[in-house]
Design a binder for this molecule. Sequence first.
Ligand SMILES: [Zn+2]
Length: 214
Amino acid sequence: MAALSLVSNAAAPPARASTPQEALDRLRAGNDNWVRGRARRPDASLPRREELARRQEPVAVVFTCIDSRVPPELVFDQGLGDLLVVRTAAHTHDSLVAGSLEYGPAELATRLLVVLGHQRCGAVSAAVQAFRSGDAPPGHLADVTEDLRPAYEEALGQGPAPEQLIEATVRAQTRQTVTRLRTDRLLRPLLAAGALEIVGGYYSLDTGAVAISR
Ligand SMILES: [Zn+2]
């Protein structure tokens, strides 16, 4: 079976996504495979690797957390050359990260950018604890925490139950990141022209499912 699937991947590499909707459909289909335990692990063949050696046409940019349980290629069942992945703790971001996020849409005509938050995010959990206790984390962990303050304050303003505050902060961080990226100087014209869509997502560690919000 493994050999058969390699042959089929080599014979028909997936066409690039020419619209944001096509890209989103591909990621949704891949995540559905992942959820059902039927991941195909595509685009890992030797011919595909050779084909990609001199060019790339990734389907989407995924901006997500460093968490070891949220690897985008597995979660969306994509392979070599399919995703541009940018990962920082709780997808916090600064101008260097913004440049990496701009690269696909601006230089490679990538049509979709997914900002993916996730369940039980350790970085968000640590930040919420730090805000509550007033004790700043050591080293540059404090920078990560500080970047999460606006999301924490938005979540707090919604008056969630205490046990829901961390998840509410994760979701606020995703919303705020999407909003911020939609005003990005390079990305905004692409959005206006329909050549790019930026969506938020929430990954459930329990089920493997990604819920997309537009
Ligand atoms: Zn995380």
